[in-house]
Design a protein around this ligand. Sequence first.
Ligand SMILES: C[S@@+](CC[C@H](N)C(=O)[O-])C[C@H]1O[C@@H](n2cnc3c(N)ncnc32)[C@H](O)[C@@H]1O
Length: 230
Amino acid sequence: MMTQATNTFQSRPYPKPQSRLILGDCITILKTLPSQSIDLVVTDPPYLVNYTARDGRKIMGDTCKKWVYPAFQEIARVLKNNAFIVSFYGWHKIQHFMQVWMTLGLSPVGHFACVKKYASKRGFTASHHENAYLLAKGHPRLSSAKAPRSVLEMPYSGNKLHPTQKPVELLSTFIKAYSRPGDTILDPFAGSASTAIAAKSAGRECIAIEKDPQYFALAKQRLQSLLLQG
Ligand SMILES: C[S@@+](CC[C@H](N)C(=O)[O-])C[C@H]1O[C@@H](n2cnc3c(N)ncnc32)[C@H](O)[C@@H]1O
């Protein structure tokens, strides 16, 4: 497997992890990171729903749940004690995620409904929201004045770079609420690097990992153009 590490953002003195966009399987890559080196995880893993976009684009890992435990085991290891994870999930397969989170001692301490003006799918309901859990490793503290609303607006991202591209504004809300400037954010399922863009724009470092070389290449271009602008 090819792994490319790109020092995409400004470097910080050792031992603060440097911002990187990494091509590879997050289970393998995370094993190379030190324990308790990450301040906040914001991630949007495959929902386990075999999603196919209207234009045919698909998502790796979206048909098989065997990665869920080893990936979150590593995520929990690299996260500092008393810190948060924000993880999107597909409501259809929540049992697989929740079982793993509870086994690993990641406690649900909040939940977000992210409301879309448009319906992304129509079945027995018109799908107007995405879900994310706020999970705690240990007992993080947060001033209630900083707590974001549990129902948030989710603007349309356009999905140009990735079929399930999350809007940067939404990810920024999580990053600003649950981390501080200079902190290191992890997104092990980076897609088009929306979390990294939000993190960088908010003055945080970000380690972003993406397995699909096609999305990795688009994410790399996106981050490079942000750097050129900044
Ligand atoms: C739901 S998408 C994330 C989209 C992202 N939030 C965005 O705004 O572009 C999940 C991503 O995880 C990637 N992925 C799946 N399994 C992975 C693994 N084991 N390691 C790293 N990335 C993985 C997929 O290729 C996909 O791009």
